[in-house]
Design a protein around this ligand. Structure first.
Ligand code: ZN
Length: 340
């Protein structure tokens, strides 16, 4: 029997009702000051416990300390006005309230480093931390200072690299850059997106990953996906570029999508975090369904390079649904491991 498949989630989990307002992607915190800090730590403990109980191998903090996967990081930087926000269309799809870049941006200190240190103390399993990718960052703000997306992305890449180095020192095993924008601005990926990603991972010793998805199961994404046709071939453009890059792993969406699996053949020797759980539906997959997708992925690359995961973050789901999906993920992976 080959070694067991290592399972993980894309990153986020729903927040408890006592921590933040429900049904919002931008969480409204229900506490402040030290009470909020304590509530966040408690939520992280529960998020980790839920992943461990489900049987997942590489755990995250469920992004319980973050209001949003992109803006929370940007708002921690100098040169950013998080109060006088702007509304911009992100990923050519929907309007969002975003921070404004008003001067030279820099990182005053660790953004998620304390969170990572805490996560390291509460679990013996491998830990993964997610950071927004440079291209997705420049797409999720109003730039009133630089006026050049590529230039700003490269500056963010340097800042992300500083943060990633600190996270590595804090004991993080896997660093993942969330780049849903890679599925939208296809020409820019080869142009400067990949260069910015390379700069962000430069010199890191831990496992590096990039997450590229079709988004949460929100209305604007569902409409977008309906217009993408019977075969979603965005990865066909980006995977050859990633295959030539230094990134170790690519996190991609498969379950419930129209992604043709032959795109996996374009990834060269990369490992994949294979999205075998659809986050755009409340329906919980059976372990057999999960196992079938993993087996289909295994037709394209060896099991040693497959990390079964979710398509995207589960923050928009309810907690029971997210827990059930994590259990299905672990059980489906175990079915495949035991059969080989
Ligand atoms: Zn995603």
């Amino acid at each position: 029997m080959s070694p067991s498949l290592q399972t993980t989630i894309a990153g986020s989990l729903p927040k408890p009702g006592w921590l933040a307002t429900r049904d919002q992607l931008w969480a409204g915190w229900l506490h402040e000051g030290e009470a909020l800090a304590e509530a966040k730590r408690d939520a992280v403990r529960i998020a980790v416990l839920d992943q461990e109980l489900a049987g997942l191998n590489i755990v995250t903090d469920g992004e319980q300390t973050r209001q949003h996967f992109v803006t929370t990081f940007i708002e921690a930087l100098d040169g950013v006005d998080a109060v006088n926000r702007a509304t911009v269309m992100i990923r050519r799809r929907y309007d969002a309230s975003v921070p404004r870049v008003v001067g030279e941006v820099s990182r005053p200190g660790g953004v998620f480093v304390e969170d990572a240190r805490f996560l390291r103390t509460i679990t013996d399993r491998k830990i993964k931390v997610q950071l927004p990718g440079p291209m997705t960052m420049v797409d999720t703000l109003q730039d009133d200072h630089y006026g050049d997306r590529e230039k700003l992305a490269m500056i963010f890449a340097g800042i992300l690299n500083e943060e990633a180095r600190d996270l590595e020192e804090a004991g993080v095993d896997v660093i993942q850059f969330d780049e849903p924008a890679f599925n939208v601005f296809l020409d820019e990926v080869a142009g400067w997106g990949i260069e910015a990603l390379e700069a962000a991972i430069s010199g890191l010793g831990m496992t590096t990953a990039v997450h590229i998805c079709y988004g949460y199961g929100v209305e604007a994404n569902i409409v977008w996906k309906q217009g993408l046709g019977p075969e979603w071939r965005q990865y066909e453009r980006t995977f050859p570029v990633l295959a030539e890059s230094s990134i170790d792993q690519v996190s991609l969406e498969i379950a419930g999508s129209n992604v043709p699996l032959e795109v996996l053949d374009l990834l060269g020797e990369k490992s994949v975090q294979a999205g075998v759980i659809d986050v755009a539906t409340d329906r919980v997959e059976s372990p057999g369904e999960v196992a079938a997708i993993i087996a289909a992925v295994a037709d394209h690359l060896p099991l040693q390079r497959i990390y079964p995961s979710t398509n995207c973050g589960m923050v928009p789901l309810t907690r029971p649904v997210a827990a059930a999906k994590m259990s299905a993920l672990a059980r489906g992976a175990a079915l495949v491991s035991s059969a080989r």
